[in-house]
Design a protein around this ligand. Structure first.
Ligand code: ADE
Length: 229
């Protein structure tokens, strides 16, 4: 059982991704537990303040270290954590390899930044890893955390119905996935490739590999540069 604790000032942003489809099924099956913590509950002053002006001046509020440290300390008192991740656009860019590695962990904390970001001392002393989901700026780390959780949770053994299907995803072998088809066999004159109906499984597999390679060469030649193909 994997456990993910997400720390945020906007818990509403993190509800629905875990209440539907595959992530809900994973939770219902007891394969993962996701706990969302509102940092405001750990605020130390009467105003439940979690952010403040930045020292030295400048626009934008900064998330204070105290509520974050209190929340992380409470969690660490209960169990050991493999990673304490901070979602930030200047972190290491997430990819499938990172998702694979994280899916093998037992307990992880994900801290979502908001406003201008967190006090640097959080990053220096409390965080083990900083992750970005891409070179663009979101209004907070929550949607990034949801993306990360989705990519990781679907890889946990037993989460996907068909055990092999995560292995045939795009990127899993540095190739994009081949084209897929379902009924009807012909629609508006647009036909499904004949080879898929022959029942010749080795031939179909060979066709899929060729198509995957062709698609990768066309759309993402950069992926082929670092693979052994
Ligand atoms: N927070 C703001 N932008 C982000 C990004 N691109 N990735 C992760 N967290 C973020």
């Amino acid at each position: 059982m994997m456990r993910i604790d997400i720390l945020t000032v906007v818990p509403e942003l993190l509800r629905s991704p875990f209440e539907a489809s595959i992530l809900k099924r994973a939770t219902d099956a007891g394969l993962v537990e996701v706990h969302i913590h509102n940092l405001r509950d750990y605020a130390t002053n009467a105003y439940k303040q979690v952010d403040d002006y930045q020292f030295g001046g400048g626009a934008g509020m900064v998330m204070m270290i105290e509520p974050i440290d209190k929340c992380i300390s409470d969690l660490k008192a209960e169990r050991d954590y493999d990673e304490i991740i901070y979602m930030t656009p200047d972190g290491n860019q997430m990819d499938q390899g990172m998702a694979n590695a994280l899916s093998l962990k037992k307990n992880i904390i994900i801290l979502c930044g908001h406003y201008k970001g967190v006090d640097q001392r959080v990053r220096d002393h409390l965080i083990s890893r900083e992750i970005s989901i891409g070179d663009y700026v979101l209004s907070g780390g929550e949607l990034g955390a949801a993306v990360l959780c989705d990519a990781v949770i679907r890889l946990i053994p037993g989460v996907l119905g068909n055990e092999t299907s995560a292995l045939t995803d795009s990127f899993q072998d540095d190739l994009l996935a081949p084209p897929i088809f379902t009924r009807p066999r012909e629609y508006k004159g647009w036909k499904v490739p004949e080879i898929l109906f022959g029942g010749n499984l080795p031939e179909i597999e060979k066709w899929r590999e060729e198509e995957a390679l062709k698609r990768t060469q066309e759309k993402r030649p950069d992926l082929l540069d670092n693979s052994e193909l």
